[in-house]
Design a protein around this ligand. Structure first.
Ligand SMILES: Nc1ncnc2c1ncn2[C@@H]1O[C@H](COP(=O)(O)OP(=O)(O)O)[C@@H](O)[C@H]1O
Ligand SMILES: [Mg+2]
Length: 309
């Protein structure tokens, strides 16, 4: 089973759009996919369930917030399987190759959980502080490992918020791979370098503490690559300004994927409301068909990268 975090410090760069489309195309190809929404904005959640469904069925006790709340209260959280839902509309479109998409929803109140979790850090002495650090940052990893024993997921995708708080760190600690969606512009390029450094620091810190904590394995999440989003195409290639930032990102020494998501506000903006991501939509226009082909090529490349591991 692969565990991949989808992350970028910047909001609005297409993380959720990439996660939703990647998950759907993989499920269509026969993969059993679990997606976990760890962003308080809950865009991934609302790409697969309606706000009414969420309000009525999940909000009170079936989101990742309730799971983290238990930890914040100092309790052992319930198994993650208690929070897994099976969004119907997209799964009807997924087809008959045996694939599926399951989802752990997010909650707007998740934003406060980080502060509550932070109160669990520290301790009367260094040993206690290190134990608490592992406890607070390693919980999602443990929970996914436990879930993997009951369910046969091929891949878990974690859609991260645009920050590096405790919830995000849980996602990184749980992940073997990190996928970085990015818009080729000035601020996104800056953010990638900073993100890589933050991940390195987290890994170093976690492993230092893990060594002292019997039974805790060390972690080594790897950057799978940067996937560029919102690409503006003229004459079959990205516009010059974006090409410049793509080259700049490559010079950071971070792997970049060859395939990208093209910018198209009309096609990408309406998909979440229909509860089926663009790649699985029925299309009528040539542009839509081109975009679907591009996403399929991205997923081919993604699959290839996972196979190389
Ligand atoms: N390739 C694209 N072309 C045009 N608009 C896009 C594209 N990808 C995402 N968007 C839009 O941009 C906004 C932010 O995208 P989202 O995937 O939610 O980003 P993030 O998760 O990084 O915050 C949304 O309104 C989404 O519909
Ligand atoms: Mg998002």
């Amino acid at each position: 089973m692969h565990i991949v975090s989808v992350i970028n410090y910047k909001g609005g760069v297409g993380k959720t759009t990439v996660t939703a489309n990647l998950a759907s195309e993989l499920a269509w190809r026969g993969y059993k996919v679990l997606i976990i929404d760890t962003d308080a904005q809950a865009s991934l959640t609302f790409s697969f369930v309606t706000p009414d469904q969420w309000d009525a069925k999940y909000k009170s006790d079936k989101t990742i917030k309730s799971w983290f709340d238990a930890i914040a209260l100092g309790k052992e959280p319930p198994p993650l399987s208690d929070f897994v839902i099976h969004p119907e509309v997209v799964n009807k479109r997924v087809g008959k190759k045996g694939g599926k998409i399951d989802l752990v929803c997010s909650h707007l109140g998740l934003i406060n959980v980080d502060l509550e979790l932070a109160t669990l850090l520290g301790g009367v002495n260094m040993t206690q502080a290190k134990k608490n650090y592992i406890k607070v940052h390693g919980k999602l990893k443990e929970a996914i490992a436990e879930l993997a024993e009951q369910e046969d997921y091929d891949i878990v995708l974690i859609d991260c918020p645009p920050n590096f708080n405790i919830v995000t760190k849980n996602a990184i600690v749980a992940s073997e791979q990190i996928l970085i969606p990015a818009k080729p512009d000035y601020l996104s390029t800056l953010g990638i370098d900073y993100l890589q450094r933050s991940v390195k620091e987290l890994v170093k810190e976690f492993n230092e503490y893990a060594e002292l904590n019997e039974g805790t394995e060390s972690i080594s999440p790897q950057v799978l690559g940067v996937v560029f989003t919102m690409i503006q195409i003229t004459s079959g290639e990205p516009i010059a300004a974006q090409r410049q930032y793509i080259s700049q990102t490559k010079r950071l020494g971070v792997p970049t994927l060859k395939n990208y998501f093209r910018e198209n506000k009309t096609i990408f903006a309406d998909a979440p409301q229909a509860l089926v991501p663009v790649v699985l939509n029925l299309y009528s226009s040539g542009t839509h068909s081109d975009i679907v082909t591009e996403i399929e090529k991205f997923v081919n490349e993604f699959e290839g990268l996972l196979e190389e591991l």
